[in-house]
Design a protein around this ligand. Structure first.
Ligand code: TRP
Length: 328
């Protein structure tokens, strides 16, 4: 069984793109592999300075992860800050990566440029070192990521290789794996950009907790094109392709098969909205039960923290011994 690690930042509401692109695969993959799922609040701290916000976002994300079907007795769902070894190995990783390597990270360049006059924390710069710690602590064989994270997995491999070379074989080299397809959900109002909570308009992003009427309205207003022909063509018809991809992902049907079944944009849009609302209804119900029971959520997260800590402690200890710190 491969050890698989995925992490998600608690930075706002989970949307359909997160679910169809990643979370759903986390759920279906939980029995096939030994999976660890971190809610990486320390990473989110790189761009957060409001008291209480991280804790709130963390518990909401945890409730959503359990609501979509992660089983705390099968998958290890934990909060990064509950496992102190992340920060501890993070420092060691910072000393194993160079300033030059970190300077070449495109995500840092993008994020720091976007923040313009805002505070750009040093944590935003050293972020990949902490991410390397996340991965290496669990001896992860596989890390399923989108293209935007490939560079971070590459640098993790470089750091692990360097550490192993300096101090002796300590870390498992992780591999970036591509999550199964059907996963690329685009913004409904701008179908050439990925669906994202940071997009210009709310209308293009369907949130997991949106009411059915809101979901249906968002799909009705989805941007398409004016040639009125239902055909799967991502380049020429990105809006229609996106709707077909979403409906295909929800109903487990190839998008091209669906394309043959529709002749009007209107019915494609309304079927898409109805299918998404129907898929989300039971998830919303479980979410509401859990979020109303903080004691239970706390208990579930402690199960994860204990399992994660047991693994992380052993790896950190191994790294300390390899370095040859004077033992306490
Ligand atoms: N950087 C990742 C993102 O922005 C989140 C992340 C942090 C992560 N640590 C990780 C992803 C470890 C995979 C493995 O999405």
């Amino acid at each position: 069984m491969a050890r698989v690690l995925s992490c998600i930042q608690p930075t706002g509401d989970v949307h359909l793109g997160n679910y169809l692109g990643a979370l759903r695969n986390w759920v279906s993959g939980q029995h096939a592999n030994d999976v660890f799922h971190g809610i990486v609040d320390l990473h989110a701290l790189t761009v957060t300075d409001t008291p209480g916000e991280l804790g709130r976002n963390t518990i909401e994300l945890a409730a959503m992860l359990f609501a979509v079907g992660l089983d705390p007795l099968v998958a290890t769902v934990f909060v990064q800050s509950h496992v102190a070894e992340h920060s501890q190995l993070g420092w060691i990783m910072e000393c194993t990566v160079s300033f030059g390597e970190l300077s070449r990270m495109t995500q840092f360049k993008d994020k720091s440029a976007k923040r313009e006059a805002d505070f750009v924390s040093a944590g935003l710069f050293t972020y990949p070192a902490l991410q390397a710690a996340d991965i290496l602590l669990y001896d992860a064989n596989e890390v399923p990521v989108g293209d935007d994270q490939r560079q971070h997995i590459e640098i993790t491999r470089d750091i692990a290789t360097r550490f192993n070379h300096r101090f002796g074989d300590t870390f498992v080299l992780p591999k970036a794996v591509t999550p199964p397809a059907g996963a690329r959900v685009m913004d409904l109002t701008d179908p050439t950009s990925k669906m994202s909570k940071s997009s210009e308009t709310e209308a293009g992003c369907v949130y997991m907790l949106d009411a059915p009427s809101v979901i249906e309205k968002k799909f009705k207003r989805a941007v398409t094109d004016s040639d009125n022909e239902v055909r799967y063509d991502r380049d020429a018809k990105p809006g229609i392709a996106n709707l077909l991809d979403i409906l295909g992902a929800v109903t487990n049907t190839p998008a091209t098969t669906l394309a043959d079944q529709y002749h009007q944009y209107g019915s494609l849009k309304s079927d898409c909205g109805a299918a998404v609302a129907e898929m989300l209804a039971p998830i919303q119900q479980r979410y509401n039960e859990l979020i109303g029971d903080p004691a239970e959520l706390g208990r579930l997260l402690r199960i994860g923290a204990e399992k994660a800590t047991a693994v992380a402690q052993v790896t950190l200890e191994r790294a300390h011994r390899a370095i040859g710190f004077y033992p306490r």
